[in-house]
Write a protein that binds this ligand. Structure first.
Ligand SMILES: [Mg+2]
Length: 188
């Protein structure tokens, strides 16, 4: 199968990095449990942009630790013959640091794409399964006939309840839920 996997809030816990940047810069807390939709209303758009930039500096990217079982799970999927596309909604200049981070954590992949338009690249690559936390991307992928899955977060809870989204609390559960789909003969 051809699988696309997001990075922030999918392969590692991103929210604490963003919240820490918001506190440091603006004294504004962004409690994780209160992020019930994709809009981050406590920060103005320009403030949010600065905080995201800070979390995407090379050192911050390289320091991130993957969620437990994430690397082992993706490694197994690729060893079974599945195509792994890593995709992130980051600025283009982060490509090198992102590639170095993937190397540091030992995550194998076939294609890495950094852009603000994930779905177009997924369609180009014939992606069949998208793992992403963003409700917007998940809904868009469903509209294009992809199977979608996510790590559960407050901001995608509603979509998980309303749409056909495979929703897991962690990577171990994600592996279990996707196993019936990925266990069959790999379709690369
Ligand atoms: Mg994400």
């Amino acid at each position: 199968m051809r699988i696309a996997i997001d990075i922030d809030s999918t392969l590692h816990h991103y929210w604490n990095l963003l919240s820490e940047a918001a506190i440091r810069r603006f004294g504004i807390d962004l409690p994780y449990e209160e992020q019930l939709d994709w809009g981050i209303t406590r920060l103005r758009p320009d403030q949010l942009h600065l905080c995201i930039q800070e979390t995407h500096l090379d050192a911050a990217i390289l320091d991130s630790e993957p969620y437990p079982d994430a690397v082992a799970t993706v490694t197994r999927w690729r060893a079974a013959g599945h195509f792994i596309h890593i995709t992130s909604h980051r600025d283009a200049h982060t490509l090198d640091a992102t590639a170095r981070w993937l190397e540091r954590i030992g995550l194998p992949y076939d294609d890495l794409h950094i852009s603000h338009d994930k779905i177009s690249r997924c369609l180009q690559l014939g992606i069949e399964l998208l793992v992403d936390d963003s409700p917007e991307n998940l809904a868009d992928a469903i509209g294009h006939g992809m199977v979608v899955a996510t790590i559960s977060h407050p901001w995608n809870r509603e979509l998980c309840e309303e749409e056909d989204v495979i929703c897991a609390s962690d990577w171990r559960e994600l592996n279990d839920l996707l196993d019936p789909l990925l266990r069959g003969p790999a379709n690369v």
